[in-house]
Design a protein around this ligand. Structure first.
Ligand code: ATP
Ligand code: MG
Length: 498
């Protein structure tokens, strides 16, 4: 990143837009860059005006127009770091926009570089092409290590080493330097030591503030899933694929998995369990909200999400109900000036080209809503289809659900229960059992096979209610998606007659 900015300056780019919320870090980095390219560094903010960063000498030019004028008078080879300047451009004051353009034009020949610094990318259309955008990545482990050592020193604690250090840095990755410093300090105050759990908890709440990502603290395990053997196998074969050994072997890091299927069949559950298989943090992305809000904001939202996810990598990124996020992208040109389509484009290129070890697991019910380009090979390693559970799977699901609610399997005829619940999804089986528990509790007894059977008589399974959609989905999946389960018909042995 540093070399990127340095190269842009050396190549004579007059406008660089840095997207970052870390003013102090950016300022420190810009000082180093200015020194390397032998430029003089100035800062501007509406409160301080134009300030020579080296000697603190200020010229009063708090007004943005005056500031541009003052910049015009600076000597050649100067860099000006503009804080919050984009906010003055948002309502596109024509005089200011013109002035910015003029300043950039002159800057190009005089070696004057404007560096706009903002938390998000926001510019009027007239100016977008005038700036090159650089996403200022979140601090890496080396930088976080310096923050950690400083806190340890000021709390007179031993410098964390070895595994402890790794755990603390893993917990802090994805935070800004200031946030990491706060989290380390809070850990010292709360527990008189540097504790990764406290840092991880703070990170979870910081990440959630953005409103799009969530650190999922309690992922599921594969043992909680009944059936889906082929899907589980596929995951287990890749369990060590993010490790050092796999890297040395030359294995490419797995990219991700798309799971489509009937509602309530355990897609989200499997997505959650993926993180336990890889033993990596689980981040959940709200794809629907990625598109909400102002036009232009979606793009910066996506950038922010990618920055955080890549900083936390290796990790698992879970996108639930993918179709909700991307269904609008088709009609996008007519409804939102193409924003959704553009964001989808950026997301797809990230899916395809990302270097960071991020395993993306996405789930979807309604494949007809998904843009076809999302399904193309290379975006995900595999596309799995989850059908209604077969007899064997229903037996496993009954076993899991009964145990989950603290009851003993032996008290029920699992095989029979599975037979009578043909056509039900895992989620419906769970619901039937919960209903039976309520019923039994109201009479202060325990549920039985019979009381469960009575509950069944009262419900219409989704597969009946939506039989057309279910058939449609099955038809779609044939030949397109891998099955999550071996079909019962394929399981039977070959019949050979002599
Ligand atoms: N195969 C399964 N094994 C065990 N439990 C299951 C299974 N499938 C579903 N369940 C139960 O049903 C609940 C809901 O399942 P889940 O949310 O994973 O379904 P889904 O396929 O994501 O549905 P939707 O498409 O509606 O989002 C799970 O939390 C779990 O308790
Ligand atoms: Mg789901």
């Amino acid at each position: 990143m540093k070399s990127h900015i340095t190269n842009y300056i050396r190549a004579g780019y007059p406008g660089i837009y840095l997207v970052s919320c870390e003013e102090a870090r950016v300022e420190a980095e810009m000082k180093a860059i200015a020194k390397a390219v032998e430029y003089q560094l100035f800062g501007w903010s509406v409160t301080d005006g134009l300030v020579d960063i080296k000697d603190g000498h200020a010229r009063t030019a708090q007004d943005p127009l005056e500031a541009l004028e003052a910049i015009g008078e600076l000597s050649e080879n100067s860099i000006v770091l503009l804080k919050d300047f984009h906010q003055f451009l948002e309502d596109a004051n024509p005089v200011l926009v013109r002035r910015v353009k003029d300043t950039l034009r002159v800057g190009k020949t005089k070696g004057k570089v404007l560096v706009m610094l903002g938390c998000r990318f926001a510019l009027p259309p007239e100016l977008i092409r005038e700036w090159v955008t650089v996403d200022f990545a979140l601090p890496g482990k080396d930088e976080l290590g310096v923050v950690l050592d400083n806190i340890a020193k000021s709390a007179t604690l031993a410098k964390p080493e070895g595994d402890d250090r790794e755990l603390l840095l893993d917990a802090a990755s994805g935070l800004t330097s200031v946030e990491a410093e706060n989290a380390f300090a809070l850990s010292v105050v709360e527990s008189a030591r540097l504790c990764p759990q406290v840092v991880a908890r703070e990170k979870a709440s910081e990440v959630k503030k953005g409103g799009l990502l969530e650190v999922y603290a309690q992922p599921a395990t594969l043992n909680e899933i009944g059936g889906l053997e082929l899907l589980k196998d596929w995951l287990l074969k890749r369990r060590d694929a993010f490790g050092q050994e796999a890297k040395a072997y030359g294995l490419p890091a797995p990219k991700g998995l798309l799971i489509v299927g009937i509602p309530g069949t355990g897609k989200s559950l499997t997505a959650k369990a993926t993180a336990s298989v890889f033993q990596r943090p689980l981040l959940k992305l709200d794809a629907g909200r990625l598109f909400a809000g102002l036009v232009g904001q979606s793009e910066s939202n996506l950038r922010a999400v990618i920055a955080t996810v890549e900083a936390i990598a290796p990790c698992v990124l879970w996108i639930d109900e993918l179709e909700k996020g991307f269904s609008g992208s088709r009609s996008s040109a007519g409804t939102d000036g193409g924003t959704s389509a553009r964001v989808l484009g950026s997301f797809l290129s990230w899916l395809q080209d990302r270097k960071a070890p991020v395993f993306v697991v996405a789930t979807a019910n309604d494949v007809t809503q998904l843009p076809p380009e999302l399904l193309r090979k290379g975006r995900f390693d595999e596309l799995f289809f989850v059908d209604l559970p077969n007899q064997e799977e229903r037996e496993a699901i009954w076993g899991i659900q009964i145990a989950k609610y603290g009851r003993a399997k032996q008290n029920f005829d699992i095989v029979q229960l599975a037979r009578t619940t043909e056509g039900l999804t895992g989620s419906e089986i769970e619901q039937v059992f919960i209903d039976a528990l309520h019923e039994a509790f109201s009479q202060r007894t325990e549920p039985t096979d019979l009381s469960i059977a009575m509950r069944l008589g009262e419900m219409v399974p989704l597969s009946k209610l939506m039989s057309e959609q279910v058939d449609g989905l099955r038809k779609w999946a044939r030949g397109r998606a891998r099955r999550a389960t071996v079909a019962e018909s394929e399981k039977q042995g070959r019949k050979i007659t002599a």
